[in-house]
Design a protein around this ligand. Structure first.
Ligand code: PLP
Length: 452
């Protein structure tokens, strides 16, 4: 099907309907003016005003294979023609095939899959499974984390954005994870940060009462909060604490999973197998909403003769599962996971570090695969952020100028507080990556003007 040609008059109508009737997430409704999307393909999208953008956000970090992959679009169309919907509770071919393909790729014995419609529901259900499995109620999660915007998921999220909607939940306890660049433990190096973070976590457990703790929930690589790959040894240390105290380890790979870090799952980098693993986004590149929990044999057995008290009308929806089957096959056939690994190691990593050398506004570059963050600072020595935490309006002007400069050069950047995340499609070509790096180079010169 050809894309409709960009047309400013159509764009105006699309914008008018949006403005009148769509209530947008995480936004002050009167202060946003989103572009009217006309089409998207691969790593690009374009609007009705004639602008074409290289998407360095992958939507919300979900189009791991890019937009409109013909094989995935065809699979969704075929499934719609054959069996567009069917309730959970029946054995449906495409649901079983999606679960099998996922289970084959998750680490260890995470061989059963509970399907949800997205990431937050996956986290909700992982916590429920952990509580029922252990008979305990408390759950620990990290500050500087994002786990979704539903009830338990928003309580677990350790990000200031949750404050207005977070009433605080009984049984949720936050701890600090490692973050060498802004160390909560005032560590001098990564090894010390790792050791201190593990000591802090064990102290937290001891003071909470380990036998009241059902689960530790953490992102394998915290994403939304700043893309912070954990120091070597940290996740193994957390795994050991969980084993010692009989606690369920939930790794949230909603963002880091399905190729983003150059592995099918980021846990592989650390040789750690969680008891529950949550996923969404990249599982089918977001073509149809889908998420889920991959479950260990031991936890699955808890519900062999006892019903699992939870479910969703659209759990394992055939269209979403067809998209997952096609996406996973495309990723395998086209070596998308390996492509992300190489993209990070050979193009994005070296390219971003080279930008950091020339631009005083870049405080730190960190990441791997197709999963990078630049921490923008006013002062490299003191690491003072380019804009204060939570800045809006005039206080946010330097980041707004950076964002505008990217867009003027045809790059759609991911911007969060004082950071820009570089999270393009995992199968970005070298030429596309270089085009994006050149636009970032120019936009960072604008950010540099705000350094001292
Ligand atoms: N967990 C992580 C690690 C995420 O990054 C996200 C979304 O960004 C979620 C959970 C929530 O997923 P969803 O927005 O699909 O509910």
């Amino acid at each position: 099907t050809p894309h409709p040609a960009p047309d400013p008059r159509v764009g105006a109508a699309v914008k008018a309907a949006d403005r009148a009737h769509v209530f947008h997430s995480w936004s002050a409704q009167a202060l946003i003016d989103p572009p009217a999307v006309a089409g998207a393909e691969g790593a690009y999208f374009w609007d009705h005003d004639g602008n074409r953008y290289l998407d360095f956000t992958s939507g919300l970090v979900f189009t791991n294979i890019g937009y409109q992959h013909p094989k995935v679009v065809a699979a969704i169309q075929e499934q719609a023609a054959r069996l567009a919907t069917f309730a959970p509770g029946f054995a449906v071919d495409v649901r079983g095939e999606a679960a099998r393909l996922i289970a084959e790729r998750t680490p260890g014995d995470l061989d059963k899959v509970f399907f949800t419609n997205g990431g937050a529901e996956a986290v909700e259900n992982a916590v429920r499974m952990a509580r029922l499995h252990t008979g305990r109620h408390k759950v620990l999660s990290a500050y500087r984390s994002y786990h979704g915007a539903t009830s338990t998921a928003i309580h677990l999220t350790g990000d200031p954005r949750r404050w207005p909607s977070d009433t605080g939940a009984a049984g949720v306890v936050h701890f600090w994870g490692p973050f060498p660049y802004r160390s909560p433990f005032h560590s001098e190096n990564e090894a010390q940060e790792c050791e201190r973070a593990l000591t802090h976590l064990e102290d937290t457990l001891v003071f909470e009462g380990p036998d009241t703790v059902a689960a530790i929930v953490l992102e394998t690589v915290p994403g939304t909060a700043g893309i912070m790959p954990p120091p070597p040894g940290y996740l193994r240390g957390v795994r050991e604490l969980c084993d010692r105290y009989g606690i369920v380890l939930v790794l949230d790979e909603v963002m880091a999973g399905f190729g983003r870090t150059g592995r099918w799952f980021a846990a592989e980098h650390h040789d750690v197998v969680p008891d529950l693993l949550t996923f969404a986004k990249g599982v089918n590149s977001g073509y149809v909403p889908l998420g889920g929990v991959a479950i260990s044999a031991e936890i699955a057995a808890t519900f062999d003769r006892r019903p699992y008290p939870g479910g969703l009308t659209y759990s394992g929806h055939p269209l979403a599962c067809a998209a997952a089957v096609a996406t996973i096959r495309v990723m395998a056939e086209e070596h998308v996971v390996e492509a992300a690994d190489r993209l990070g190691a050979e193009i994005l990593g070296p390219g971003l570090r080279e930008l950091a050398e020339r631009h005083p506004s870049v405080g730190e570059v960190r990441g791997l695969g197709a999963f990078w963050a630049l921490e923008l600072v006013r002062n490299r020595e003191t690491r003072e952020p380019l804009v204060p935490y939570g800045a809006t309006g005039g206080a946010n002007a330097p980041m707004a100028a950076f964002t505008a400069a990217c867009r003027e050069r045809g790059l759609w950047p991911f911007v969060n507080m004082n950071r820009t995340h570089v999270v393009p499609a995992c199968n970005l070509t070298d030429a596309e990556a270089k085009e994006g790096l050149a636009a970032l180079d120019a936009a960072l010169s604008v950010a540099d003007e705000h350094t001292v």
